[in-house]
Design a protein around this ligand. Sequence first.
Ligand SMILES: Cc1cc2nc3c(=O)[nH]c(=O)nc-3n(C[C@H](O)[C@H](O)[C@H](O)COP(=O)(O)O)c2cc1C
Length: 471
Amino acid sequence: MTIHDASTTQTSGTMVLGAMFRAVGAYPSGWRYPGAHHDPRDDTEVIKATALEAERAGLDYIFFGDWLATGPDLEFRDPYLAARIEPLSAVAFLAGVTSRIGLIATVNATYSDAYTLARISASVDRLSGGRLGLNIVTGAEPRAAANHGREAHWGNEQRYDSAEELIDALRLLWDSWGEGALVADQASGVYLDPARLHQADFVGRHHPVAGPLNVLRPLQGHVPVVHAGTSERSRALVQSRADVALVGLGPLASARQATDALRVGAAAQGRGPLRIVTPVLPILGDTLEDAWSIHDTLLSLVSVSPGPSDGREGFDSARRSLAALEDVVGLPVGRFGLDDDVDPEVAARFNDAGARLVDLAAQRSGRTPGGSRPVRWRDLLVNHLVPYAVVVGTVETVANHLQNWHQLGGVDGFNILTPYLGEQFERFTRGVVPLLKARGLFRPYYTGTTLRDHLRLPVPENLFEARVAAL
Ligand SMILES: Cc1cc2nc3c(=O)[nH]c(=O)nc-3n(C[C@H](O)[C@H](O)[C@H](O)COP(=O)(O)O)c2cc1C
């Protein structure tokens, strides 16, 4: 049976807006931009200042990604991952510093223990007044295995089997304390009602766990589960278990189909509302020329590994080298310099992936082979490195982009990446957000207190009590 009606595929009304926190910037060279936050030794203050700025603007949440290894290669890949505050620690810290904004921490299911994660997440949810979200991912970093006593990083199937189990186990553990289980009546001396304290007794290959949990039920009932991934199994997990999907989407023309498919799949399994958000990286200037100038400066500051391997076996620093482009465009590129223009005759011989990269560069920077602003090898390489939608322009340009995607792409909202902190983030919170509010696309300020309130997700019934009610 195909379930496909308006109530299944509709978005959540006004848009969802979250800040994706990357301390030294989400653009590969963000940390090098003059005046940018660039030193992880000062991250504590920057985490606090960014969360407070996001909260003043009324953003739904601040979001922390995670990575379970580091190495010198990250300098040339994702410098923000090299040395950073662990996400659950960051949100626990922010629980005491902020009062309204949602706090989403990424956790890697492959290396998590269900009982420990349930304890920490229920605790942070209660400490924050019901503002925690967990982005449960399966991880793509093979070095994580050796950091957790494993011989190898599991394949996709095993990782997703484990992630699905983990979510099921967490929800049972969070429901350990039923309504009225904690009596704490001083007069009668009754502290708890054993009949309402539930054993999880979860049987599973990866996360078997007995319970009950020694933390009360989260204020949100179940901490909202976000999931970010790219594979078929990732889409299946979104439909069967996630409250929020964080997905990269292709062109706008095909986005609606992809978002509808996720919502229809979730509804077919009797799930509640699914919120879908997509990452966007705005580069904002006072004028269009100003924004392009910031973009071009960022581009020129991307440091490139000499590659192909830097002699560091096992590390992927080659990804940010000219040589890495050979595989993408399907031609030898060794004789070219990074800042050479791409000859139109050479570009004409690119394979399909290379041709797509040329289109992307034209779309993002107006540069074309042989054009008045010729495309350079550097443009192709950096566009290859930045997998997010990059929007360069004024606050109006960015607001128009978000409005289009919200109305035509079927996304509930956006995880906003900032090329560097903090001026670029303030341009978003103080420029784009007020414009979205003025257009009625974003609510004026918080109307509720929990992350579920912000995302308009209902509090789920306790699974044990739902079972009894169904008998
Ligand atoms: C927008 C986005 C953000 C992500 N953030 C993280 C992250 O912070 N940490 C992580 O381990 N994986 C993250 N992932 C997931 C990985 O990129 C990777 O896709 C996943 O762990 C492997 O699952 P897959 O095979 O389904 O892609 C993110 C994915 C997307 C689409």
